[in-house]
Ligand binder design. Structure first.
Ligand code: AMP
Length: 192
């Protein structure tokens, strides 16, 4: 099973992906997580990506597509994967279609989590507050300024993906404002 979760930052893609992983034995591939790991490990990719990520901007397509292409060749991806946070732009979606085709693969579904953006900002502020209260560390891009930039990036570059995948007939939409369990149920209904 090969899936894409679409939706703005903070929409709950990561949470739903975790659940799909447990239920279906597939792997969650979050480009954000992979890039953060590369930054932490100080790899060449990480060094290139760090400043761009901290500013809440998008890392170049070549880097991201390359990271995903290498990752899905690994043995743990054989049962399938969920792409979380990728593709972020129509050119990335086109590159993904080509890259999968070159490996003899295609997507089973593209699921969009529809959410209210004002509510997202409030969710994000709560998450930061709770993380700090629990003694945890917040991500470098978890601040209102970067978050707003990420939302603008999303509106400009990622929102058109809905039309792209509607055009290919792969897009399915769920109401991401519902409680987490209800969203999970709606996704499972789509997956049959
Ligand atoms: P995320 O955890 O998905 O919000 O990603 C965090 C940051 O990683 C983003 O703000 C971007 O700088 C970078 N990133 C993650 N995925 C992509 C992608 N598909 N294309 C470009 N940059 C990405």
């Amino acid at each position: 099973m090969r899936l894409i979760l679409l939706g703005p930052p903070g929409a709950g893609k990561g949470t739903q992906a975790q659940r799909l992983v447990e239920k279906h034995g597939i792997v969650q591939l979050s480009t954000g997580d992979m890039l953060r790991a590369a930054v932490k490990a100080g790899t060449e990719v990480g060094l290139k990506a760090k400043a761009v990520m901290d500013a809440g901007q998008l890392v170049s397509d070549d880097i991201v597509v390359g990271v995903v292409a290498d990752r899905i060749d690994q043995a743990d991806c054989q049962k399938g994967f969920i792409l979380d946070g990728f593709p972020r732009t129509v050119p990335q979606a086109e590159a993904l279609t080509r890259m999968l085709a070159s490996k003899g693969m295609k997507l089973d579904a593209v699921i969009e989590l529809k959410v209210d953006e004002d509510a997202l900002v409030r969710r994000m502020e709560t998450r930061v507050r709770e993380t700090i209260a629990a003694g945890g560390q917040v991500r470098a891009d978890d601040n209102p300024e970067s978050f707003k930039k990420r939302l603008v990036e999303f509106r400009e570059k990622t929102a058109p993906l809905s039309s792209y995948y509607a055009g290919t007939g792969e897009l399915r939409t769920v109401d991401g404002m519902k409680p987490i369990d209800a969203v999970t149920k709606d996704i499972e209904t789509i997956l049959g």
